[in-house]
Design a protein around this ligand. Structure first.
Ligand SMILES: [Fe+2]
Length: 486
């Protein structure tokens, strides 16, 4: 290589380095101990807000450019003592008065006698890095504060609260779950452990009582249920803990990370043993009440039948009459869609509808042939007599009123009061029809049985005048369709 070649080569290399020197986003400088900037690259000038290196060089570092908390004196002291600086954070002032965070790397340059000539350094602008770091510190602080608050709240509530990972190991447990269920030494102890660890430890500590701790073994594995379904749910869990029976109302939910990946479960539980006890006591007393009511019903039922029999012993021709009327009346009521309450009242009333005949002399009741008008009058008193007898008994249905009305006719021609149409209870209108049909189709002291056809003809003929037309229609239909027979 000739000298000329070398000159060209050197100048090419020099301009190459110069270009790199100006373009890298790192500031380079050479300064003197007394604060003069000897060399600098464009990157450094721009970092500090200058348009050119020349302008930057006018800065006197002895008097300007540093934030008071990190003066140049610190830098000088350190580099002269150590000879090199590898990463010194400082804050430098820009031309607009704002500060940037920088990290400096520098070496000292001395002459043969050891006197300091220059400081050669490289500078990174770490402002945005610092900001990120600060905001991270801030959010870390906030997280710690929030967690401390959450922990305080969780530990001060009566309900149990926890979180578990995919392997059902505790991630979090509040004081209530540690004290009431796990018997853990503190709220950190459950972390990384599963329920069985504590169950086994409890049992081992009480070998004299195999029932000391049974919790978590009787009930379904609700952690798996929640993780498999990925849905929250309510679970009834129970068993013994610390020798005491405990019933828990448990709520669990799947725990996901921000990308929707399943991490485990969270849960809460409230001890509801007392509520459950009350509930079962309530159920028991409800059952006792139902049994008492049922026995009352059966007593009442037998009383009814005794009363019905009583009438029939006095009037042998009407044996079974009331029972059959009750059956037909019940079938009609069903066909008319009467509600349960009305149907039950009707059944009871029909079973004893002639109870008033207890007050009619036996001779009249069993007399064959036709009756004198005075005898007829006595018989016609039986609905009112029935009303009086039964008004002594407190029924939940208007039994006595139904009985009083069972000989009324809708055109007002009936007795004892000559009521019309809707003035007559529907139950009484039904018994009226059933009574006539049964009476005509059976033997009577004064005549032989007329047969069901004659009875139904009578009903059809009287429908709308004597008998309720709806009741009459349903009654005839029951027989005609073969759905009912005595
Ligand atoms: Fe009657």
């Amino acid at each position: 290589m000739t000298d000329e070649d070398r000159t060209i080569h050197d100048s090419t290399a020099d301009s190459f380095l110069r270009r790199i020197f100006d373009r890298v986003p790192v500031g380079f400088y050479r300064t003197t101990p007394d604060g003069k900037i000897v060399h600098a690259n464009l990157a450094l000038a721009r970092m500090l807000g200058y348009e050119s290196v020349e302008e930057l060089k006018k800065r006197d570092l002895e008097f300007e450019g540093y934030e008071p908390s990190c003066p140049r004196a610190d830098f000088k002291r350190r580099i002269e003592k150590e000879g090199t600086i590898h990463g010194l954070d400082a804050r430098w002032q820009r031309t607009d008065g704002t500060f940037i965070d920088v990290r400096e790397y520098a070496d000292i340059v001395r002459d043969e006698k050891g006197e300091v000539l220059f400081y050669d350094g490289a500078v990174e602008d770490i402002t945005s890095f610092k900001r990120t770091e600060e905001s991270l510190t801030q959010s870390e602080l906030r997280y710690r504060r929030d967690y401390a608050m959450f922990r305080l709240m969780a530990d001060n509530m009566q309900d149990m609260l926890w979180a578990k990972d995919l392997n059902t190991r505790y991630i979090f447990a509040n004081r209530a779950v540690c004290e009431k269920l796990l018997n853990a030494s503190d709220t950190d102890e459950p972390t990384g452990k599963i329920d069985i660890f504590f169950a086994d430890r409890e049992r081992a500590a009480h070998p004299e009582d195999p029932e000391w701790h049974t919790f978590g073994e009787i009930c379904e594995d609700s952690d798996s249920v929640v993780m498999q379904s990925r849905k929250s749910g309510q679970f009834d869990e129970y068993g013994n803990a610390q020798g005491q029976f405990m019933f828990l109302d448990v709520h669990k939910a799947p725990l996901f990370d921000e990308d929707g990946k399943l991490l485990g479960t969270v849960g809460s539980a409230r001890i509801v043993s007392r509520e459950k006890e009350l509930e079962s006591e309530q159920r028991l007393s409800q059952k006792a009440l139902e049994e008492a009511f049922a026995s009352l019903r059966s007593t009442q039922e037998s009383t009814l039948r005794v009363m019905a029999k009583l009438v029939e012993t006095r009037d042998p021709y009407t044996a079974g009459h009331q029972e059959r009327v009750a059956r037909l009346a019940a079938a009609i009521a069903l066909g008319l869609d009467l509600d349960d309450e009305k149907r039950e009242g009707l059944r009871v009333a029909a079973l004893v509808h002639d109870i008033g005949k207890l007050r009619v002399p036996v001779e009249i009741l069993s007399k064959p042939g036709s009756l004198a008008s005075i005898e007829m009058d006595l018989i016609r008193e039986h609905p009112q007599a029935g009303f009086e007898i039964l008004s002594e008994i407190p029924y939940p249905w208007p039994v006595e009123e139904i009985i009083r009305q069972h000989h009324e006719r809708i055109d007002g021609s009936g007795y004892p009061r000559g009521l019309r149409g809707d003035e007559i209870l529907i139950e009484a209108r039904i018994i009226a029809v059933a009574d006539v049909v049964e009476a005509m189709s059976a033997d009577r002291p004064y005549r032989p049985a007329l047969g069901i056809e004659v009875a139904l003809d009578e009903i059809r003929k009287g429908s709308g005048s004597l008998y309720d037309p709806d009741v009459a229609a349903v009654c005839c239909d029951l027989f005609e369709s073969g759905r009912f027979g005595f």
